[in-house]
Write a protein that binds this ligand. Structure first.
Ligand SMILES: CCC/C=C/C(=O)SCCNC(=O)CCNC(=O)[C@H](O)C(C)(C)COP(=O)([O-])OP(=O)([O-])OC[C@H]1O[C@@H](n2cnc3c(N)ncnc32)[C@H](O)[C@@H]1OP(=O)([O-])[O-]
Length: 369
């Protein structure tokens, strides 16, 4: 009824302040998350209606969320307040209509819009974040790092019980996109290295702080940072086709993702060194024997077995699971953030080809302190 009255305002003389206030209340009642793009649009129209054109300074480049909000508001330029109010009311009206029709099929797979490098869906109390660059083996571009951070933030607040990260295609992920370091203008290297390190620190920080059970569904080979952050997941299920490879020394890089701390803790110093320093590639069964992987499944039945398992887990009491996760993580959170910061400062400073010496130092630092 309320949606209907809001719809009528489209054709009337323009939305009133009362329509606007009703629409604001209506937004709070939406059952379905409209996705980041729509939320940004709503935010921008709200700000334009209540404050007029954006005239505040643009947030810093790594304040991702506030920057996205500012960009959306600023994009409205000099749109008059009355038009912004009308557009807000119309948008909420459309959302309310599709929200009520979507409730007919509450279990339907809901693909969330607004991501270019990911497919994010929510079903059966599980939010699945799927890296979606199969032609590039799901290499992580700067955009993909940012979208994963945004998807994790949204998932931390949605009504899901469990969050899954997985890959589309034959690879889980080939790690950092090597093009991220290409085409840097002369003289910009230092600045770009610093920016990259900050992005990486924030990316890993999201996994450290993530409040709900986090599951990696490793559908194929995993390389680099897609492997190192696995020590921050709660469960790691792997296809027997998966491999785990951290060729940092070969690339003149040092470890990240808190692996200089989590890997020796998980698998012992000697096995961690073989992987992180000497780039030994592990099969899924070896990774499982060393404690990095929870369980390995035959590739032919991998998806079916894993999702059956996860659907059963997702029916467990949500709050209890989340409290347990946080109790376990809180014991280590401070240490993990310190490790993340240290790994990043080393990455920023490390000259290429010194990777092996740096790796030894970083790993020793954590365990000799
Ligand atoms: C500082 C941050 C810390 C992070 C550290 C790390 O993650 S370190 C780890 C860093 N990661 C690495 O060092 C891995 C580097 N990659 C490889 O070693 C191999 O590509 C492979 C073993 C993943 C797959 O071999 P294969 O013979 O089965 O397939 P293929 O080779 O034909 O690839 C298909 C397409 O995907 C493309 N592509 C793939 N990966 C990447 C990437 N990472 N980047 C960009 N592109 C990538 C590839 O160019 C090709 O594109 P095209 O030509 O079709 O337009």
């Amino acid at each position: 009824m309320q949606a209907l009255s809001l719809h009528m305002s489209k054709t009337a003389m323009g939305a009133s302040q009362k329509d606007f206030e009703s629409a604001m209340n209506q937004v709070k009642l939406l059952k379905k998350d409209p996705g980041n793009e729509v939320k940004l649009k709503l935010y921008a129209l709200y700000k334009q209606t209540t404050e007029g054109p954006c005239n505040t300074p643009r947030p810093g480049v790594f304040d991702l969320i506030n920057k996205a909000k500012w960009d959306a508001w600023n994009a409205l330029g000099n749109l008059p307040k009355e038009t912004a109010r009308q557009n807000y009311v119309d948008l909420v009206s459309d959302l309310s209509s599709s929200d009520s029709s979507s409730q007919v099929k509450p279990e339907a797979d809901r693909k969330q819009p607004g991501y270019e490098t990911l497919v994010v869906t929510s079903e059966d109390s599980i939010t699945k974040i799927m890296m979606n660059r199969p032609a590039k083996k799901n290499a992580l571009t700067i955009q993909m790092y940012r979208e994963i951070m945004l998807a994790l933030e949204a998932a931390s607040k949605d009504d899901s019980t469990i969050i899954v990260l997985t890959g589309n295609g034959d690879y889980y992920s080939s790690g950092n996109d090597l093009m991220n370091f290409m085409n840097i203008p002369p003289g910009e290297m230092e600045k770009e290295a610093k920016n990259g390190a900050i992005l990486l620190r924030d990316f890993v920080g999201c996994f450290i702080d993530f409040p709900k059970p986090l599951v990696a569904v490793i559908n194929g080979p995993a390389i680099g940072i897609s492997v190192t952050i696995l020590g921050l997941f709660d469960l790691v299920y792997a296809s027997d086709r998966a491999t785990f490879h951290t060729p940092f020394t070969h690339l003149g890089q040092s470890p990240e993702g808190c692996s200089s701390y989590t890997f020796p803790k998980i698998m012992g110093q000697a096995k961690a060194a073989e992987m992180l320093m000497f780039g030994k590639k592990l099969t899924a069964r070896e990774a499982c024997a060393q404690g990095l992987v929870t369980e390995v499944f035959p590739d032919s039945t991998f998806q079916k077995e894993v999702w059956t398992r996860l659907k059963a887990y997702s029916k467990l009491p949500r709050n209890t699971l989340h409290i347990s996760k946080q109790s376990i993580r809180n014991l280590e959170k401070e240490k993990l953030h310190a490790v993340n910061a240290e790994e990043n400062s080393v990455l920023q400073e490390s000259p290429p080809k010194c990777g092996q010496i740096i790796l030894t130092q970083v790993i020793r630092n954590h365990y000799l302190k």
